[in-house]
Design a protein around this ligand. Structure first.
Ligand code: AMP
Length: 592
C-alpha cells in the first residue's frame, strides 16, 4: 500500500525550522558550523562535552532557566525543578568527589540507576573530571551488568542501595579493575559501607560546587556504549568528546530543538538514545528537559505532554504503537496543543504510525535512523521536508550515506540505481562516529571498507534521495530469488485489525531456499484460530503478492523483544529451528 506524502506545508508550526531548505543546507554544510553553534573558538585547546552542555551556560541568563523538570514515580511528589546553575553545581561537586578519590582522566565510571536527576549529575560530573561514562540499563540483571563492566574495565560504579544489594553485591568485589561503588541514596551505614563501598551524599556535601573542567582533547574517550552483536559478547563502542559537535547539530536539524523548547525524550539513559538525545544534546541546546521516572502508562504520558506543555517529543515506535492501541479517545481527553515536533527512532516506524500522529495529535512522527556505533542521528525526516511515511528520511547535513554491496575480494561497490537493496553505508569521519570496539580492533577494522562504515542494515534509496529500511543484513529473507524485507511484510501484517505485533523470519525450504514465516501477537478481543490465520495470510498475500507473503503463520503472545522493544527475529529463528540462542542479554525479561 502506498501512503500519501505528508506535505511540509501541513506541518507548519509557525516556528522557523532550524533546517529550512534541506538541499541548500546539505550542499553547503561544514562541521565548523556546529563548532560555531556551540561557540567553540577555532583556537580552543580542548573540548569537553560537559563544558559545552553546562559550563557554557553559566555566563548567560540561561543559568537561571530550568534544565531538568523531574517527575517522580511517587504520585504524591510535586515536580522538582533544577536550573542550569543547580545542575552545574551538582556536577561540580560530583567531579570534586571523583578527583578526591583519585580517579583520573580516562578512568571508567559506570552508572546503574533509574531516571533521576542524580544520573544527570553523575554523567556531567564524570565528564568534567575527564573520566569516561558508561550507562547501564537499570533493568539489566547481574550477568549483563558484569559482562559490560568486565569488558569496560570499570573503575567505579554509581548506583542506588537497592540496585547494589539486588544486582551487584554478590560479585562486584571480584572485578579486578573496580575501586569504588558509590551509593547515591544511602546514609553512612556500617553494615553496608566499606573502604570500597561509599555513601555519596556525605562526600558530595563536603565538596565544593566549583570545579575546573578537565581539558580533554577532541579524540579523548568520553562515553562507552555497549551494543549486542549477532554472536559473542556485547561490544563496547568507544565515543570521544568531539562527538558533541554531532549531538548538538543533529538535534538542531532532526529534532528541531530551539532554546525555548520543553523537550521530552522517553528513551532510558541506559541506552545510547537516552544519553545522546536524552541528556547531552538537549543540554547543549539549553532547553528544559522533562524526566519521567515512571514506566510507560498511556494516561500518564498524555498527562505529561499536556501538563508540562511539551513542545518537542522524541519517542519510539513501540511506545507509539502502544498509544495507538488505546485509541483516539484517550488522546482527545488531553490538551496536546503545545506539541510542535514529534520524532521517533530505534526500530522501523510503520507508516500507519506517521498517519496516526497526523490524525490524532495533529502532527506526523518524524522517523530517524542511527545506531550505537554512529553516536548520533544519521538519517532523518525534517520539519521543513515532506515525509514519505515508512521512509527514514534523508541524510543529516554533514553525513554521506549510500547503498553498497560487498564484493567477493573483500572490497565494495556502491549501488547507484534507485530502489536497489544493499547495505546502508556511511562515509567515515563524522564527529560522533565510534572510534573502536573496546579490545576488539579487528572487529572494528572489519566494519570499514574503502573508507565507508558498513552499518549491518539493509536499505534502499529512492530516486528522491529518501532512505527506506529493509532489515538487518542478517534478517533479510531470500525466497525463490527474491530479497524480502521482514519490515515490509510485518508492516502489512500490522494492518490487519487483529494484529498487535508481528515478527517475520525466513525458514529453510528445499524449493525456494527460504520461505517466509510470520509470528503474530493478537490484540485483546481476538482469539487465535485457523480461520483468523487464514484471514491474516490472505491479507498479506493480497497486499504483497504470493512471492513475498508469508507461507505460514503462528500465533504467539510473547514475541522475544529487546528491552528497547525491537522484535528479536534472530531469536525467533533460533527457537523455530532449534539453534543456539546466542547472546540474549538484551532480551526483555531476561536476567532480572
Ligand atoms: P542500536 O544500536 O541498539 O541503537 O540499534 C540500532 C539499530 O536499530 C539499527 O542498526 C537499525 O537496525 C535499528 N534502527 C534504528 N533506527 C531505526 C529506524 N528509524 N528504522 C529502522 N530501524 C532502525
Amino acid at each position: 500500500m502506498t501512503y500519501p506524502i505528508v506535505s511540509k506545508a501541513l506541518k507548519n508550526s509557525g516556528i522557523q525550522p532550524n533546517l529550512n531548505d534541506y538541499d541548500t543546507v546539505f550542499k553547503n554544510f561544514r562541521w565548523q558550523q556546529a563548532a560555531d553553534g556551540i561557540s567553540l573558538p577555532a583556537e580552543a585547546d580542548s573540548i569537553n562535552i560537559a563544558a559545552i552542555a553546562l559550563d557554557r551556560h553559566q555566563q548567560s541568563a540561561k543559568k537561571d532557566q530550568v534544565a531538568l523538570r523531574f517527575l517522580s514515580k511517587d504520585p504524591t511528589a510535586l515536580p522538582e525543578d533544577i536550573t542550569y546553575l543547580g545542575l552545574w553545581q551538582r556536577a561540580n561537586q560530583f567531579a570534586n568527589v571523583m578527583t578526591s578519590l583519585g580517579l583520573q582522566k580516562g578512568d571508567r565510571v559506570f552508572c546503574l540507576c533509574g531516571r533521576t536527576p542524580d544520573l544527570y549529575m553523575a554523567i556531567m560530573g564524570t565528564l568534567k573530571a575527564g573520566c569516561v561514562f558508561s550507562p547501564l540499563f537499570s533493568a539489566f540483571g547481574p550477568e549483563p551488568i558484569r559482562a559490560r563492566m568486565e569488558i569496560g574495565n570499570a573503575t567505579a560504579i554509581v548506583t542506588t542501595t537497592r540496585l547494589y544489594k539486588k544486582k551487584l553485591a554478590d560479585w562486584i568485589t571480584e572485578l579486578p579493575s573496580l575501586r569504588y561503588v558509590l551509593l547515591l541514596d544511602s546514609p553512612e551505614d556500617p553494615e553496608l559501607t566499606t573502604d570500597q563501598v561509599l555513601s555519596l551524599q556525605p562526600l558530595l556535601a563536603d565538596s565544593s560546587a566549583k570545579f575546573n573542567t578537565v581539558k580533554t582533547q577532541p579524540e579523548d574517550m568520553a562515553l562507552l556504549h555497549f551494543t549486542s552483536g549477532t554472536t559473542g559478547k556485547p561490544k563496547g563502542a568507544i565515543h570521544v568528546h568531539q562527538a558533541v559537535l554531532a549531538h548538538y547539530m543533529t538535534a538542531a536539524f532532526a529534532l528541531d530543538l530551539h532554546p525555548q523548547d520543553i523537550y521530552w525524550c522517553t528513551a532510558d539513559p541506559g541506552w545510547v538514545t537516552g544519553t545522546s538525545y536524552g541528556i547531552i544534546a538537549p543540554l547543549c541546546h539549553g532547553v528544559t528537559l522533562v524526566i519521567d521516572e515512571a514506566d510507560f502508562d498511556a494516561e500518564r504520558w498524555y498527562r505529561i505532554l499536556q501538563d508540562q506543555a511539551v513542545t518537542v517529543w522524541y519517542t519510539a515506535p513501540t511506545a507509539i504503537r502502544m498509544l495507538m492501541k488505546y485509541g483516539r479517545e484517550l488522546a482527545d481527553q488531553h490538551d496536546l496543543s503545545s506539541l510542535r515536533f514529534l520524532a521517533s527512532v530505534g526500530e522501523p516506524l510503520n507508516p500507519e504510525a506517521v498517519i496516526w500522529g497526523m490524525e490524532t495529535l495533529g502532527l506526523p512522527f518524524h522517523d530517524n535512523w542511527w545506531q550505537t556505533e554512529t553516536g548520533g542521528i544519521m538519517i532523518a525526516n525534517y520539519a521543513s521536508m515532506d515525509i514519505k511515511p515508512g521512509s527514514m528520511g534523508r541524510p543529516v547535513p554533514g553525513i554521506e550515506a549510500a547503498i553498497a554491496e560487498r564484493t567477493e575480494n573483500g572490497g565494495m561497490r556502491l549501488i547507484n540505481d534507485p530502489d536497489e537493496t544493499g547495505e546502508l553505508v556511511l562515509k567515515a569521519g563524522w564527529p560522533s562516529m565510534f572510534r573502536g570496539y573496546l579490545h576488539e580492533d579487528e572487529r572494528y577494522r572489519k566494519a570499514f571498507i574503502d573508507g565507508w562504515y558498513f552499518t549491518g542494515d539493509l536499505a534502499r534509496k529512492d530516486d528522491g534521495g529518501y532512505f527506506w529500511f529493509i532489515g538487518r543484513a542478517d534478517d533479510v529473507i531470500k525466497s525463490s530469488g527474491h530479497l524480502i524485507g521482514p519490515f515490509e511484510v510485518e508492516s502489512v501484517l500490522m494492518e490487519h485489525p487483529g494484529v498487535a505485533e508481528a515478527g517475520v523470519i525466513g525458514i529453510p525450504d528445499e524449493v525456494g531456499g527460504e520461505v517466509v514465516k510470520a509470528f503474530v501477537g493478537l490484540k485483546p478481543g481476538y482469539t487465535a484460530s485457523d480461520a483468523l490465520a487464514k484471514d491474516i495470510l490472505g491479507l498479506a498475500r493480497k497486499r504483497l503478492g504470493s512471492a513475498v507473503a508469508p507461507k505460514s503463520l503462528a500465533f504467539s503472545d510473547n514475541l522475544p523483544k529487546t528491552r528497547s522493544g525491537k522484535i528479536m527475529r534472530r531469536l525467533l529463528k533460533a527457537r523455530e529451528l532449534g539453534l543456539p540462542e546466542g547472546d540474549t542479554s538484551t532480551l526483555e525479561g531476561s536476567g532480572q
